[in-house]
Design a protein. Structure first.
Lengths: 113, 116
């Protein structure tokens, strides 16, 4: 089955700096890669996603890149703000339609003033 | 348009009791997924259901756990004879089915189960 690894497990950046979180996956059949943000006591919230026919996608301060050959994908947050502090999860799905997500172990991002 | 609704938000059970967790998907969504999250860990897939059908239960423990998504009403995750190791946050997600579309899953706020 699919295995998703995520690094780092914790990340501390100063406000205004950039943050990068990296994930690797094992199943070459995976073609959908969402990123979720989870705040304390809440459910995961989808912040951006990418499909395998796209190399990069951007939404304001958030971008995701995908290297299908190397089975890597990354989340980039620019101009970080204190409200970006949360746990971020990457995930992979093996098919384009309804299917289970395999999650990484999470990255706790702390944005300090 | 209400999001995915889970109840209760918190559930306390003693060892040996039954726990019932409910999930109402977003309006128009026909797919429901259950995930379990242990403290400081990621989400682990448990089961995927459509109305009246279990599609994938590869993540469900073989004993004591069951799930259903009836024609009418919410999806139910049922844990019989709970043990302390069942203490976790249980999240439900729903997605619409659109042929060829990407699998966007929307999550509820979760049910935090504590077994005493």
């Amino acid at each position: 089955g699919e295995n998703v690894e995520q690094h780092p497990s914790t990340l501390s950046v100063q406000e205004g700096d950039s943050a990068v979180i990296k994930c690797t996956y094992s199943d070459s059949a995976s073609n959908y890669f969402p990123w979720y943000k989870q705040e304390l006591g809440k459910g995961p919230q989808l912040i951006i996603d990418i499909r395998s026919n796209v190399g990069e996608k951007k939404d304001q301060r958030i971008a995701v890149t995908l290297n299908k050959t190397a089975k890597h994908f990354s989340l980039h947050i620019t101009e970080t703000q204190p409200e970006d502090s949360a746990v971020y999860f990457c995930a992979a799905s093996p098919t384009g339609t309804a299917s289970k997500l395999t999650f990484g172990t999470g990255t706790r991002l702390q944005v300090t003033l | 348009n209400a999001g995915v609704m889970q109840n209760p938000r918190h559930l306390v059970r003693r060892r040996g009791q039954e726990a019932r967790l409910r999930c109402s998907p977003m309006k128009g969504h026909s797919h429901v997924y259950w995930y379990r999250q242990l403290p400081e860990e990621g989400l682990k897939f448990m089961v995927y259901l459509q109305k009246e059908n279990i599609i994938d239960e590869s993540g469900m423990p073989k004993e004591r756990f069951s799930a259903e998504f009836p024609k009418e009403g919410p999806s139910i995750l049922r844990i019989q004879q709970v043990v302390r190791g069942d203490s976790a946050a249980y999240f439900c997600a729903s997605s619409p089915y659109v042929q060829g579309a990407k699998n966007i899953q929307y999550f509820g706020a979760g049910t935090r189960l504590s077994v005493l």
